[in-house]
Design a protein around this ligand. Structure first.
Ligand code: ADP
Ligand code: MG
Length: 653
């Protein structure tokens, strides 16, 4: 069949442009990426071969590097799963990860600046990194189980071509037409064996399949190449069968023997993340079931952490050093989905399938052990290195809090790890422990206020009475906070959580109570009529209008009844496709505010003065805005506000 030309997807073009022209300094990582892909493809075929042995190659799994010194080509070949023509087009011409669009926008915004390489790293450079070292890249691939092969070619410009081809066995060969070495640009000479050896040793030593090297020497006039000066003679066992990598499972080696750099390269290999990990957690489960694990917390949240279809690179499962599967979700709860790493179990069956995993008692035991180990490590970190813990919390706190949504998992332990601002510490974070420590003797509950915007919480009228009394209130503004606090409020150290935005608040001491009760009765009598008038003006928006005991300076605020969901949660649930009843808030008015007194006076003069209804609408609207809510009719609100401004000026001018 003829050669078919394709354009790269717009996002690929942008990424390629950035990669090729940015200041990306570690150009040699392209080799790591190609070897990683080869190793992934072999993993995949190994796994498929468990159930369909006819797919397996005739020889052993291996990765071969081939250098042709004269032609200046480098190839990376594997006998893994290969790709069909459609797969090659989809995998090598598009970026299928969700959220890629937004991400590229961010990249573009920072292009040329220092941030760009960092961002590329966060994204994972992948296959396209080859274009940092090559003028042209071709991929010859044949999918296991198919007879035809595909040749994919591109010069990294706007597009690529695909055509039918032949290949003896299933697998993939990626061939690079190497750019000239350029030391200024940080590009070493990858036609040189020792560069290849060094790079493999540095980045891919632990790859589980042997990486062999075949060299086609450039014809030289003399027998001995002058090359010997740059390359140490001992580094040239030419046609030895010795692989370039040791293939040692890094988690089986004593920690003291493995350098931090090696650990960090291993992290990059399994996570497809390019930046340094924040934490490394090794552990060993002993007893009835045995397992070892090497886990990492990434340096920062991947950009697609909150996308539902996020690429879970998560946890790889090995059984007795043999790779079984990627993204073994059964080993890690959702709220720890940012943790990456390897688990090597001793007694699980090598033929374990995904369906079996869920039932497997051993897997459940290992999962429990890992969760405990991770939470312990975080707790320790919180104590030992608060600054680093803050960084951790900033990246992953909101995800960790998702763990509070389930009864069964370790809620109290997660609460222990929680940090949030409070009315006493608006721009710092406090832990629940410290909050409880500061609680006055008489305070029985943990007070909190939840809403979509931190700034709105800080200035919320709901806090007024609490501030006056010096009572600290936690301020929670992550979307998930709405859910865990409302749907299944937990307890912490035997104390329950109480929202200052709901129900009635009762901050008065016994002595004050009587006094407060009196004032309240008086106010209720005084304002009875005007409150009724206000109520009828906003009856579509609120279910009740009443006097407040939580306001000292603002004229009004909105509160919910205990047990009712906030408008934010309501919106979230709707978006998730759930049916939820519309909840109407309660409008609370400040009986000591001059506005209410003035309205009462207007009412006394003329009970149907239209200004009362207007003001009622404005009071409701501004109370809604004050808590970061959204007006149903912003234009109407503005119009009414403008009218009243004119009127106010008219009177004074
Ligand atoms: P990632 O490895 O993070 O998925 P890459 O850009 O490295 O991203 O590779 C893109 C995709 O191309 C891979 O997910 C895989 O489907 C396919 N691919 C790349 N190299 C190979 C290979 N050697 N064998 C089979 N498939 C490959
Ligand atoms: Mg890859």
């Amino acid at each position: 069949m003829s050669v078919e030309k394709h354009e790269f997807e717009a996002e690929v073009k942008q990424l390629l442009g950035l990669m090729i022209h940015s200041l990306y300094s570690h150009k040699e990582v392209f080799l790591r990426e190609l070897i990683s892909n080869a190793s992934d493809a072999i993993d995949k075929l190994r796994f498929d071969g468990l159930t369909r042995p006819e797919l397996l190659p005739s020889g052993a799994f291996e990765i071969r590097l081939g250098v042709d010194e004269a032609a200046r080509t480098l190839s990376v070949e594997d006998n893994g799963a290969g790709m069909s023509r459609e797969e090659a087009v989809a995998n090598l011409g598009t970026i299928a990860r969700s959220g890629t669009g937004e991400f590229i926008e961010k990249l573009k915004a920072s292009s040329g600046k220092l941030e760009a390489p960092d961002l590329i790293g966060q994204f994972g450079v992948g296959f396209y990194a080859s274009f940092m070292a090559a003028d042209e890249v071709s991929v010859l691939t044949r999918k296991a189980g198919e007879s035809g092969a595909t040749l994919w070619k591109s010069d990294g410009g706007g597009g690529y071509s695909v055509e039918e081809a032949e290949r003896d066995e299933a697998g993939t060969t990626v061939t690079l037409q190497l750019k000239p070495a350029d030391s200024e640009d940080g590009l070493a000479d990858f036609a040189q064996t020792w560069t290849l050896r060094q790079t493999v040793k540095k980045y891919s030593d632990f790859v589980a399949y042997p990486i062999h090297l075949d060299v086609t020497k450039a014809p030289t006039e003399e027998e001995e190449p002058a090359d010997a000066e740059t390359a140490p003679a001992s580094d040239e066992p030419l046609d030895s069968n010795e692989p370039l990598n040791s293939m040692k499972a890094i988690w089986t080696r004593p920690e003291s023997e493995v350098g931090e750099e090696e650990y960090s390269e291993f992290y990059k290999h399994i996570s497809h993340d390019h930046s340094e990990p924040m934490l490394r957690i090794t552990s060993r489960l002993e007893g009835t079931f045995e397992a070892r694990s090497l886990l990492y917390v990434p340096g920062r949240a991947p950009f697609d952490l909150y996308h539902r279809e996020m690429a879970h690179r998560g946890i790889q499962l090995y059984v007795r050093r043999v790779f079984i599967m990627d993204e073994c979700r059964e080993l890690m709860p959702e709220y720890l989905r940012f943790v990456k790493g390897v688990v090597d179990a001793e007694d699980v069956s090598l033929n374990v399938s995904r369906e079996m995993l869920q039932q497997d008692r051993q897997i459940r035991t290992i999962r429990k052990h890992l969760v405990k180990k991770i939470l312990d490590t975080l707790k320790e970190l919180k104590k030992a290195d608060p600054e680093k813990y803050l960084r951790f919390w900033a990246e992953f706190g909101p995800v960790l809090k998702e763990g509070l949504l389930a009864w069964d998992e370790k809620r109290e332990r997660i609460l222990d790890l929680l940090l949030c601002p409070s009315s006493h510490h608006e721009s710092e974070l406090t832990s629940l422990d410290d909050y409880v420590e500061r609680m006055p003797e008489a305070q029985e509950e943990i007070y909190y206020l939840v809403g979509p915007k931190h700034e709105a919480l800080v200035d919320s009228p709901h806090l007024e009475a609490f501030r006056d009394k010096g009572i600290e209130v936690l301020l929670l503004s992550d979307p998930v906070d709405e859910v865990w606090l409302q749907q299944m409020p937990p307890e912490f150290q035997g104390k329950s959580f109480k929202s200052v935005g709901r129900g009635e608040v009762d901050l008065a001491s016994e002595d004050e109570k009587q006094q407060a009760e009196e004032t309240r009765k008086q106010e209720e009598e005084t304002y009875q009529d005007v409150i009724a008038a206000i109520r009828s003006a906003v009856q579509d928006e609120v279910k009740e209008v009443r006097l407040s005991s939580r306001l000292t300076s603002s004229p009004a605020c909105l509160v919910l009844d205990d047990g009712e969901i906030t408008p934010q949660l309501e919106a979230m649930l709707r978006q998730a496709g759930q049916e939820v009843p519309t909840v109407k808030p309660i409008l609370e008015l400040n009986g000591s505010h001059p506005l209410l007194q003035k309205l009462q006076r207007i009412f006394d003069k003329d009970a149907v003065d239209p200004r009362i209804a207007s003001y009622a609408q404005l009071l409701f609207g501004q109370a809604l805005l004050a808590e970061g809510g959204q007006l149903a009719d912003p234009a109407g609100f503005s119009k009414r506000l403008a009218e009243l401004m004119v009127e106010a000026l008219g009177e004074s001018g």
